[in-house]
Design a binder for this molecule. Sequence first.
Ligand code: BEZ
Length: 393
Amino acid sequence: MNKSITTRALSLIGATALALGISTGAAAQEKVKVGFMLPYSGTYAALGNNIEEGFRLYVEEQGGKLEGLDIEYFKVDDESDPSKAPDNANRLIKRDQVDVLVGTVHSGVAMGMAKVARDTNTLLIIPNAGAGAITGPLCAPNIFRSSFSNWQPAYAMGLVAAEKFGHKTAVTVSWSYAAGDESTGGFKEGFESKGGKVLKHLSLPFPNVEFQAILTEIANLKPDAVYVFFAGGGAVKWVLDYAAAGLKDSIPLYGPGFLTDGTLEGQGKAAEGLYTTLHYADDLDIEKDRQFRAAYEKRFNHAPDVYSVQGYDAAQLLHAGLKAAKGELKNRDAIIKGMRAATIDSPRGTFTMSRAHDPIQDMYLRRVEGNLNKFVEVAVKSLEDPARGCRMK
Ligand code: BEZ
């Protein structure tokens, strides 16, 4: 075809499209499609909900746009089911054509998402799941985490249990999937590095909450301490059952903060006095956190928790990338560079990204008082996930 005819035809199409308000190539870039792949049902449903609320709050605070780009949301309930992860992720990527995947809570599901994100080169921000593989062998330039690795709070608790509380023996308990295995493994590493000994690891399948046999075994083993990984509905049930079995006063119970975060209403007095370690607490002396908590309560009529913070920071991280790319969604290299270099002004305290794209952050020791996880002290300052098996520089 004659070149000038082609050029004239194209400009005519452009002018007509503008007059009719139809999107042309440039206009199509003016929004970011965000795909939430989160649990909206099952034992982790509240966690998924709070992550989404945190993300939306940050975007609303920016006037509904990030770097001049509108945000359009798509949602899939991942049901915390790893076997459905590839289909669910592909639905958002291929059917909805999202620019960025945000998910999820469950480590097994997140590993499935990471594989799809690597294969399709989709930007993935993980707002919770702590699977070591994500910042280990599966690490990739397009995969980021705004939360923690399972190792981080667990290792910190192992140190605290041995050094501060002087325990010599412990039993660990968890659901038998990546998060439980890695959390109890991280505790063991910290605890045994300071002279403690884990006598036995007990487990049950996710999301089973029939704890009776395990509680009986703990009573027989009589360790100095018990460390458990449970979260969401399972954490509520464990803490209630542990107290009802009469163990709370004789064998101190510890965990990563998921044991008592977002769960205190359901746990009531059974949780009072429990110590946990996490990258968040409910009464941090941080102005950003005071503002965040007030805004979140006003917007959603309930208090935020660590999951809300991680969702909020996932949006902050995306914003940092878009800022670096000056809103040019197609400039993926600049977006990734911006996210890698970001210093996030988080309600938990500022953090930067490790080389494997996991937050380098303080781990706090907290104690339950009433309906709050109260800050006790910094357990480990600027703790970085070891990124074992990650080949990214
Ligand atoms: C996980 O599967 O990685 C996880 C789930 C809930 C809380 C913390 C970690």
